[in-house]
Design a protein around this ligand. Structure first.
Ligand SMILES: NC(=O)c1ccc[n+]([C@@H]2O[C@H](COP(=O)([O-])OP(=O)(O)OC[C@H]3O[C@@H](n4cnc5c(N)ncnc54)[C@H](OP(=O)(O)O)[C@@H]3O)[C@@H](O)[C@H]2O)c1
Length: 366
């Protein structure tokens, strides 16, 4: 080989090994509603890759993983459970511990409240971990939303991406807090009864108040932005499409804001869509979801929080507004940003958000 050729070859190897170092190896433990979406969002990024997803048994969902080319692992380490995949026609690459052995970070998308047992396995394997909103802040030790506390999560061992409602509240309240320097909030969560794919939950013909007052949603915002003084109540209603929040925020005197400047502030922040219901005829969550499908979003998802422009009113120091939350998807890009925070690869939250969202838009073909 000529010395020029040799140099090019060595440069190539160097580039390959740099790429390897830079590519974060991500495992998904629990390939359900949230897990399958996080997997695709991670797969779309150029600085991370999916190295495996887990299923408890060879069931609905394994086919999707195979079609996407994600290596399948068993949620358990039990040889019998691992062996059950083969006769059903799936190649299982091993148990959870085998997957953890090759991962930099695991995104735990298991059903709520099984996290503590899983955490033990992650800590033992020395793998960073991200839990979801069904787990308690205290168990995970840290909580995360991109706009509130990306920096505090830099290089942490693990965190919890807060629930869809808490993520939604943070998106609009954190910029308000940052402008005002203090903020008191009362809100009501009008919650969908179940995810669209969930046939077991209700109510189907009732309005069900959450009798634990305040509900956990408001106080949960304080796990990512303790400075916001917030309380919430919640009711579940018979719909599967979205949650809707009715929010009243009390701004400090001298805030200097108007209804228009609040809208402008939200427009200049990522992952918030503002539309005028009267002008667009998008006046209900049904039309918001139709809009998401029209613009070609995978699964009909809407990662952004939807605010009705004509439902926002600042009256003196009191701000009133409604927002709609697509429960299965607003937390998805936040998981991608949380991976960068834990791995310490991007310190600026807005840069991470821009990178995440551009890659997701590309996979949506937009
Ligand atoms: N769905 C939402 O709208 C939403 C929104 C925000 C946050 N979250 C939170 O996200 C988390 C996941 O919720 P989800 O809606 O995605 O639930 P899901 O659809 O029921 O999916 C959970 C998955 O976890 C797997 N699993 C069961 N036991 C497990 C274990 N011990 N360890 C690891 N995986 C296990 C299940 O696998 P098999 O299918 O193989 O049995 C299932 O695929 C929860 O904390 C939830 O509160 C959900």
């Amino acid at each position: 080989m000529s010395s020029d050729g040799e140099e090019a070859f060595i440069d190539g190897l160097r580039e390959q090994s740099m790429e390897k170092v830079m590519t974060i190896k991500v495992a998904i433990n629990g390939y359900g509603t949230i897990g399958k979406r996080v997997a695709d969002a991670v797969d779309a990024q150029d600085d991370m890759e999916i190295i495996g997803v887990t299923k408890t048994r060879p069931s609905f969902g394994c086919d999707l993983a195979v079609r996407k080319g994600y290596p399948l692992y068993c949620t358990y380490n039990d040889a019998e459970k691992i062996a059950a995949f083969e006769p059903a026609g799936y190649t299982c690459h091993g148990g959870l511990n085998d997957l953890l052995a090759i991962a930099d970070v695991v995104v735990d998308c298991s059903p709520g409240k099984v996290g503590a047992a899983n955490k033990e396995a992650y800590v033992k394997a020395g793998v960073k971990y991200i839990f979801q909103g069904g787990e308690k802040h205290a168990m995970a030790g840290m909580s995360y939303t991109s706009s509130a506390n990306h920096t505090e999560n830099m290089n942490a061992a693990g965190t919890r991406v807060v629930s869809c409602n808490t993520t939604g509240l943070s998106r609009t309240l954190v910029p308000l807090y940052e402008h005002c320097g203090s903020l008191k909030v009362e809100c009501t969560m009008i919650r969908r009864a179940a995810d669209p794919g969930d046939s077991k939950k209700g109510p189907i013909n009732a309005i069900k108040p959450v009798l634990k007052v305040p509900s956990h949603h408001g106080p949960d915002v304080m796990t990512v932005k303790p400075e916001i003084d917030i309380n919430s109540m919640a009711v579940a209603v018979p719909t599967t499409l979205m949650h809707c929040h009715s929010i009243v925020a009390f701004l400090p005197q001298g805030h200097g804001l108007t209804t228009e400047s609040v809208l402008e502030m939200w427009r200049s922040n990522p992952r918030i869509i503002i539309m005028n219901g009267g002008e667009t005829n998008i006046t209900t969550t049904a039309e918001v979801m139709e809009y998401a499908r029209d613009i070609g979003r995978k699964w009909g998802d809407l990662h952004e929080i939807f605010v009705w422009e004509d439902g926002v009113k600042l009256d003196g120091d009191t701000l009133y507004y409604f927002q709609a939350i697509h429960q299965e998807s607003d937390v998805i890009p936040e998981n991608v940003d949380a991976i960068r925070a834990l791995m310490g690869t991007e310190a600026d939250w807005k840069t991470s958000v821009a990178k995440t969202d551009a890659a997701i838009s590309a996979y949506n073909g937009l």
